[in-house]
Design a protein. Structure first.
Length: 648
């Protein structure tokens, strides 16, 4: 690995092309054809190709569809389909069905998963609900065979292992993790091993290595053994779902083999560059996919880190093996921490140690899984394999949970700014290339200083932004509750009516760059206005809660007692009272509550320069005198409404 690799034409072209995709994404990422009718629409005749393997969904199976025709008229777009019965259809088949088509739901809270946006970035314009599916044409024989292997392997795991073990082994071998219980997924996240439930480059490498070894033992020449390995690895990639990590690994191996056949030097860095370029040429939208980003960053860290630092860790024996495992774990995860903070707002603190144990164990699990799938019809052999697989997977899952149970195994983090992420990657570059830059060289420490300086820009810009912007209000909620986030000068976050899912509210707090809530306010003591408060307080520090004087429902005192134990200050206010805070907070009667009657009256709240009224559904700017141009906003069902209030 040399610094001159970054001046190679292919890498420079890739860099320019990726920048072009980002800047001119409207040109590179074409949206599907618009549907020729308004939504929702019932009884729509749809024809198209199943573009991924169906997985369990709401009341049936879920899959994405590349449409060919709508009402027998040519139309190319994407649909997310929920079907009660598949009729034997699978990946690659051409199908037809009658469906009710609707607009996908948006985000429940700021910063949480916006399902409509997620689908749109995959080229999917709407979601469809169908009863049964009719197969018009089957996929080609190669895809059908891969799908049959996938279905047979998953069925074998389900029939011979406990449900948890079967779901985890399905994730390790084929990337099918939809049936993994939520609590176990959380354990994988907390231990830093969630990547093991995604079929990745190690799986492809395992297939290539095994096939090449067996072909060599049969006396095949190197080129034929390599070609056989790539053909069967391609078969596996299709069986495992054709995800970005698999495609990246497969293209890397393919690039290396082609270069070897052409008698050219093939470095891993060049193969990685070629694989990334090929994927982006055929699918520019992959640049914005979290799986694509994390897969290539992990591979880049391994390729560069191990090639430059590996020579410093060549001790033999157990000590050398442990050092090598630690190094692999470190470089594979080094560049992922900012993305984990951006996408999941959680970072595992035990991931380096956990992966030293779990990654080799996952390799053994993958081998057992392939053997079980291959020998599923061989009675005597399978009767030996199944108990061994069950025993091993039980201890594998116990180990995952053991690491996840460590104190502070993982921490919740606020979403970092663009500048923090950029500066962090500058530091990662310096660390990876330290042997090349020179440990005593000034340029190494100059790059590190640059990274730290860029990381420091984010908080300064945020403080400057709050210095120019008086307040920002986000209104959202569901059919039952109206919530508001008020980002008020000097920068604190106030939440009005935390009545939706507390976990989603916490994600919204983190996505805004905060880890602490300055205050929670209720417009009334109805249960719908605080149903998410307990879960929110377990995940985010809440400094104070401000509530009206009124009879409290039975559930509220227990929640308030738990919050008091964590240091939360509780205020009860009468209309017109001012609450001690960094900014002015005043309560007032809502229009529907002209006086106190002990029936849970509705309050309005003045928070700094903004007024929240109408039960949390409306926000407007407060003025010392008549407002020359009143600013206000009202919540809309299923949408997040943003109101920016500037200093006058």
């Amino acid at each position: 690995m040399l610094l001159s690799y970054y001046r190679r034409p292919l890498f420079l072209v890739l860099l320019l092309y990726a920048c072009g995709i980002f800047v001119f994404r409207d040109f590179f990422i074409k949206a599907g054809d618009a549907l020729p009718f308004t939504l929702p629409r019932s009884g729509v005749l749809v024809e198209g190709r199943v573009s991924d393997y169906p997985v369990p969904g709401r009341g049936g199976l879920r899959f994405s569809l590349e449409t060919y025709k709508i009402y027998n008229q040519p139309l190319r777009t994407g649909l997310m389909v929920y079907a009660r019965e598949m009729g034997g259809a699978s990946y690659g088949d051409t199908v037809s069905f009658l469906a009710d088509i609707e607009i996908p739901p948006g985000a429940a809270a700021p910063g949480t998963l916006d399902w409509a946006d997620y689908l749109a970035r995959r080229g999917i314009t709407a979601q469809a609900r169908a009863g049964g599916i009719e197969v018009l044409a089957r996929a080609n024989a190669f895809i059908r065979l891969a799908g049959t292997f996938r279905a047979s392997a998953l069925k074998t795991f389900e029939a011979s292992l406990k449900p948890e073990a079967a779901s985890v082994l399905g994730g390790i071998v084929l990337g099918e993790k939809k049936s993994v219980p939520p609590s176990l997924k959380t354990a994988f996240q907390d231990s830093g091993a969630m990547h093991l439930l995604v079929a990745s480059g190690s799986n492809v490498g395992f297939v290539v290595a095994v096939v090449y070894f067996l072909a060599s033992k049969l006396g095949w020449k190197r080129r034929y053994a390599g070609l056989a390995a790539l053909i069967l690895a391609g078969f596996y990639v299709i069986a495992a779902g054709f995800d970005s990590p698999l495609v990246r690994a497969y293209l890397m191996f393919s690039a290396g083999l082609c270069a070897w056949l052409a008698r050219r030097e093939a470095g891993a860095f060049h193969a990685l560059t070629a694989a990334c370029m090929l994927i982006l040429v055929f699918s520019p939208r992959a640049l914005f996919d979290a799986g694509f980003q994390m897969s290539f960053l992990a591979a880049y860290g391994l390729v560069v880190g191990m090639s430059l630092w590996g020579k410093y860790f060549k001790a033999g024996g157990v000590r050398g093996t442990l050092a090598g495992l630690l190094l692999v774990s470190f470089f594979a995860q080094l560049g992922l921490y900012p993305l984990l903070a951006v996408y999941f707002h959680k970072i595992s603190l035990v991931s380096l140690l956990a992966n030293m144990v779990l990654v080799p164990a996952a390799g053994l699990a993958m081998g057992l899984g392939f053997l079980m799938a291959f020998f599923s019809g061989a009675g005597f052999v399978f009767k030996l394999l199944a108990p061994a697989g069950g025993f091993f997977m039980d201890y594998f899952i116990r180990t995952v949970r053991w690491f996840a149970a460590w104190p502070f195994a993982s921490v919740r983090v606020a979403e970092p700014s663009f500048w923090f992420v950029t500066g962090f990657f500058v530091l990662v570059f310096a660390l990876l290339h330290a042997p090349l830059l020179g440990f005593k060289s000034r340029r190494l420490y100059a790059v590190c200083a640059l990274g730290l300086a860029v990381m420091a820009v984010g908080p300064l810009l945020r403080a400057a932004a709050f210095g120019q912007q008086s307040c920002r209000v986000l209104l959202f909620g569901d059919s039952n509750t109206s919530c508001a986030f008020v980002y008020a000068r000097p920068g604190g976050l106030y939440i009005v009516n935390p009545g939706i899912n507390g976990g989603k509210l916490a994600e919204a707090v983190f996505s805004g760059g905060d880890k602490t809530v300055e205050g929670v306010l209720l417009t009334s003591l109805e249960g719908r206005n605080f149903s998410g408060l307990a879960a929110l307080a377990r995940l985010v520090a809440v400094k104070r809660i401000i509530i009206p004087y009124a009879p409290a429902p039975a559930a509220l005192p227990a929640v308030l007692e738990e919050m008091k134990k964590s240091g939360t200050i509780i205020y009860r206010t009468w209309p017109g009272e001012t609450v001690p805070s960094d900014i002015k907070i005043v309560s007032g009667w809502g229009p529907a509550s002209p006086g106190y009657g002990g029936r849970g009256e509705v309050y309005d709240w003045e928070i700094g320069p903004v007024k929240i009224d109408n039960g949390g559904r409306s926000a407007s700017r407060l003025c010392a005198g008549p407002c020359p141009s009143p600013e206000g906003a009202e919540a809309q069902k299923g949408k997040i409404v943003i109101l920016d209030l500037k200093i006058r």
